[in-house]
Design a protein around this ligand. Structure first.
Ligand code: HEC
Ligand code: HEC
Length: 479
């Protein structure tokens, strides 16, 4: 079934500015729904099935949600616009919604902060909007993020410029400090070994570690230690939110989706009073994400082959990934690490090493209505596969470049890089056209020998014949 993403915005993107804006205002993270207590039943001691009564809050208004994500002030602090635009800056000239995004790029939000200063900041779309075949899709994960360098120096330089140009006592500098105090903690901690994997939860850890859990105000002393390799993941598409009863790769996001989704605010909000104000809008944001549809496959599909593929899929894959088309079902399963066999680090890190869940579960996010909690598991969610053709690379760590490689584990490359341009999509193997290497020659090369980035596991396609595999891939194009 072909479905169109009804909220596509055909906007010209400024990649350079976007990257720049990211360095300046790294932000954001996660969210989701009700305040019922959540019990996680065990199934045969192996597979945990998340409860099905936790429906996303659909009372919100999707249009308003989209508007808030794109233009809203959920980060609350930012970089003074006056500096970006020079002394002749006239807010009236840039404040028109239609020109803001074309001027600054989609990943940036401009707003008036608590001191009435015009500022700009990163947004959800820094990571959750991306281009494919020249078309921009809100909700498609950004797979080109470059977190290989410590942005610390750039942050410091920016702080210096603001101070020098506008003065230590200026309202602008005070405003910038609101966000800078967290960024200086974040920047040394989010470095990844190569381009692509996204350290969003590490970013979250580094912000909340310097916040009082109950009131969320800044504390100069860390609430917990942050150690170990940067946990980083491929950015998932937002159009799965409507089917999910838990969020995140390890299923740790439980309870209120609207609370979980607003975690990005921890970069800039002053306290829980401001957080509550942001939360009011996130019921709309959840409603927006819940109705989001994946884009349709852009090339011809062999319908006969796809019908054969559906049979193979329903026999071999549906028990974990659900059914599509006329009869839609999705079981919301978390598969334990020893069964799924994919790289264990990400799940293990949050379940056994990170202080994030401990902080979160005694924080405003969890202690005030509606309740959300983080319950990390030693496993990975079998995700819905709607629009899976568009979301390469595959697996939680993005270690597998195409569906062809995913379904035939012996063919997965150890060192590979994307064949650079976003329009270069492989519609046969479905995923990225790649160049392989004998060793990691630079930071553009995905290196599966690094901790957390192994491409092992999920071998369910190995036992299929070549024809069956082609048929399944043809079927996956229709989802
Ligand atoms: C710095 C990049 C970044 C930013 C900014 C960001 N996210 Fe994410 N987001 C991620 C990554 C990476 C994941 C995957 C983490 C995981 O699932 O363990 C994720 C996961 C999610 C998920 C869970 C999806 C699923 O299928 O389980 C939702 C929903 C989400 N983000 C919404 C948002 C919203 C809304 C915002 C803005 C308020 C936001 N994110 C900001 C990177 C980001
Ligand atoms: C026992 C449960 C199970 C079975 C059976 C199964 N999968 Fe999966 N699948 C998973 C889990 C869990 C993941 C996530 C693993 C990870 O990210 O580390 C996954 C991931 C995937 C992904 C990548 C998703 C993404 O966003 O990167 C695709 C595609 C996929 N499976 C397709 C299939 C197909 C096709 C079959 C049948 C041939 C199949 N799976 C059989 C559990 C299963």
């Amino acid at each position: 079934m072909r479905r169109r993403n009804n909220m596509n915005q055909n906007l010209t993107i400024s990649r350079t500015f976007r990257r720049y804006s990211f360095y300046l205002f790294t932000i954001l993270v996660f969210t989701a729904c009700h305040s019922r207590r959540i019990v996680t039943p065990q199934n045969n001691g192996e597979t945990i099935i998340a409860p099905s009564d936790e429906l996303p809050n659909l009372n919100g208004d999707p249009e308003k949600g989209f508007d808030y994500i794109y233009y809203g002030d959920y980060v609350k602090s930012g970089y003074p616009l006056k500096l970006a635009l020079g002394d002749s800056f006239d807010p009236a000239q840039v404040w028109d919604k239609d020109t803001i995004k074309t001027r600054f790029g989609k990943a940036v939000n401009l707003f008036t902060d608590r001191r009435n200063i015009s500022v700009m900041s990163g947004s959800c779309m820094t990571c959750h909007g991306s281009e494919l075949n020249g078309q921009y899709y809100p909700g498609l994960g950004e797979a080109f993020g470059n977190y290989t360098k410590k942005p610390n120096f750039k942050f410091r330089l920016t702080a210096m410029v603001v101070k020098r140009k506008l003065g230590k006592n200026s309202q602008e500098y005070q405003s910038f400090k609101d966000i800078w105090q967290f960024q200086k903690e974040v920047s040394p901690r989010i470095v990844t070994p190569f381009v692509g994997p996204n350290p969003a939860f590490r970013l979250e850890e580094a912000c909340v570690a310097f916040r009082d859990p109950v009131d969320l105000h800044y504390t100069s002393k860390a609430q917990f230690d942050i150690e170990g390799e940067t946990p980083a993941a491929d950015v998932p598409p937002l159009w799965h939110v409507g089917k999910k009863r838990t969020l995140y790769y390890n299923g740790m996001g439980r309870g209120s989706f609207s609370k979980l989704l607003m975690q990005a605010s921890v970069l800039g909000v002053k306290d829980s009073t401001e957080a509550r104000e942001v939360w009011q809008h996130f019921q709309d944001v959840v409603a927006w994400a819940a109705q989001l549809k994946p884009p349709a496959f852009p090339a011809d599909i062999n319908q006969e082959l796809a019908i054969q593929g559906q049979k193979v899929f329903e026999k071999n894959c549906s028990k974990c990934h659900g059914t599509y088309g006329a009869e839609i079902s999705y079981p919301n399963k978390i598969i334990p690490l020893d069964k799924i066999g994919t790289d264990p680090y990400y799940a293990q890190y949050f379940a056994t090493q990170s202080g994030l869940a401990g902080w979160y579960n005694k924080s405003w996010f969890s202690q005030s209505e509606p309740i959300s909690t983080l319950q990390p598991s030693l496993g990975y969610v079998a995700p819905p596969l709607d629009g899976i053709w568009a979301t390469a690379p595959y697996l939680h760590n993005g270690s597998v470049p195409t569906l062809g490689h995913l379904l035939n584990s012996s063919t997965r490359p150890g060192f590979w890089q994307r064949d650079t341009i976003s329009s270069n999509y492989d519609t046969e193997q479905v995923g990225w056209k790649i160049i392989t290497h004998q060793k990691p020659i630079n930071k553009k090369v995905y290196d599966t020998s690094r901790k957390g980035f192994n491409n092992q596991g999920h071998t369910y396609g190995d036992k299929l014949s070549g024809e069956e595999r082609s048929a399944v891939i043809e079927y996956l194009k229709t989802l």
